[in-house]
Design a protein around this ligand. Sequence first.
Ligand code: NAD
Length: 656
Amino acid sequence: MKVALANPEIDGIVLQCLGKTFIAGADILEFGKPPQPPHLPSVLSELQNSPKPIVAALFGTVLGGGFETALSCHYRVALTGTKVGLPEVNLGLIPGAGGTQLLPRVCEVESAIELITSGKHIDIASPQAKGIVDKIVSDDLVLKTIEFAQQVALKQPVIATPLLNVKMGEAEDTIFAQYRAKLAKRARGQQAPQSAIDSIENALNLPFNQGLKKEREYFLSCRESTESAAMRHAFFAEKAAVKYPATLNKIEPLHIEQIAIIGAGTMGGGIAMSFLDRGYPVILVETSEENLARGTSGITERYKKMVLSKRISQEQMDIRLKMMKATCCYDDLHDVDLVIEAAFESMEVKREIFRKLDAVCKPQTILASNTSYLDIEEIAESTARPEKVLGMHFFSPANIMKLLEIVRCKETSETTLISAVALAKHIGKISSVVGMCYGFVGNRMYSCYGREANSLLLEGATPSQIDQAMVDWGMAMGPLAVNDMSGIDIAYNARKENPNLSKNPLYFHAANLMVEAGRLGQKTQKGFYQYDEAGVKSEDPAALAIFQQEAKLHGIPQQEISQAHIQERLIYALINEGAKILEESIAKQASDIDVIWLNGYGFPRYRGGPMFYADTIGLDKVLESIQQFYQVTGKEWWKPSPLLVELAHAGKRFSN
Ligand code: NAD
């Protein structure tokens, strides 16, 4: 740029990038390391203060520091399809090189607030992007940017972006307060989006340089925060989880194209949609024409809603439905590459299905079960191809939830495993490979969390106190409301079928009492809560009376329980079980457990996952509390995990 500025024959500058995109943002690996020259804010200051007009030629994904670079130029021309965004809040940060000061001077303040506090990428042609670019072209980007520079930029006085006024548009000054309140709900518990609002408001009230200085202070304070460390951990943990198993990279995944799903219920329907959405043909199998019709119309209805809400077009819906075939005949499955079984949660049913599949499917076909708890190794024994059997545990609603637990059994071959990992990536899932045990990683830990919620009910906490404590802590929903929603009887029946669970009579006692009283949750309008005709829940004195009576019977004193105690009991139960899962090598690394909790159970991303959260508290402190729970309750399940003891005594962490 210095050369161009010094050359009297050059009147204006076009800033272009080679390769697949304009600058797409910082290398996150550089965070926490000493900054490498040149320092971005100084470079941007030179662009902003250039006496010759600079026009940026944008294409690809223009994000973070790349977008701040573009905003520092005097004009922007973009190729159709260009996306822009300031994704820093996704890492617990705010833009740190002028984004909060420059963007509201270029587009309307409300769009700037939305873009910065959501961290989303938007298409340059969307209404929200109005003002960001001066021209959109469909081809010959550089040539047309030069033309624009000659015809427009060189004919106007050069005005640096920092000298422009903030564009308030229709917005009032109160917009900042409105967004603070909105974000307190939408980004509950997070500091970065609130700091972003403060910084954008400074753009209105302070001269550019002072606003910039303040922005830097907020940025540095966010960068040092636990929130940002947790969100960066989550980012890398997800990358590491899907790389698994790194040592097997040389094995080629099998080509999987035709999928069959057994069972067109809640999960089967959602799993089918996950594949149809990505262009895979799907065969749905049911036990009767009636069940089949119910299953396929469920899928059609879900797609219709997506068309109505403009998430997909009618044409896209039609294409998807055309790729779905429905049958009651297993003989239609001879040529499929993968079968995912999502029938009833019963060992007998699943073994029978796998026996039939083994008989009709070609030898290469992979057979997966979506079971929540059952022993997949036992299911595999009903086939002559145990090396081709594994768990593919989707979460509900399966077409929306990102997580896929891939369960490796003793005999699952590496090719089978790698093929499932590759497929998960193709359908946009975040997968984590785990070993075989009751409930795998997620549900095994969830049962410890639920167990404590159940114990607290007998000790005097009410369902709404427990749920509110966990929502305030950052969980998407409270455990008892979730249980009422999914049906208390489902886990009850699963516990009944499992001979290896705790024999302690107080284990899930409150839930057992609810089921035995016919209170199955929302579907019976009574569970831990009561529900009115509109489905609105409230505390039910009848349920509380059952807990009180039972506490008396077992000599459990009922008392006031603090929010902090509820939170510690539930979260530390997760951590202790997570440590046992690591000890048993059911999860390969602590970050895999975090990925499962962040993507499958509504664990707050700004806390990084249960294992990372334990690290931020300090394992010695976590251990001390767990030891105390063990001593006070005498319950075997509070016995501290030996791995936790070892790491805490060595002053180590779960995460690297
Ligand atoms: P569901 O009752 O909604 O659906 C099961 C379907 O399987 C029914 O439509 C039934 O007709 C069909 N079916 C039963 N036997 C069959 C057979 N032999 N051949 C073909 N179809 C058969 O149950 P769901 O909630 O979809 O759960 C299915 C599986 O997914 C279970 O193993 C469950 O543990 C697991 N799972 C459920 C959830 C959830 O949140 N619901 C989450 C993860 C995993």
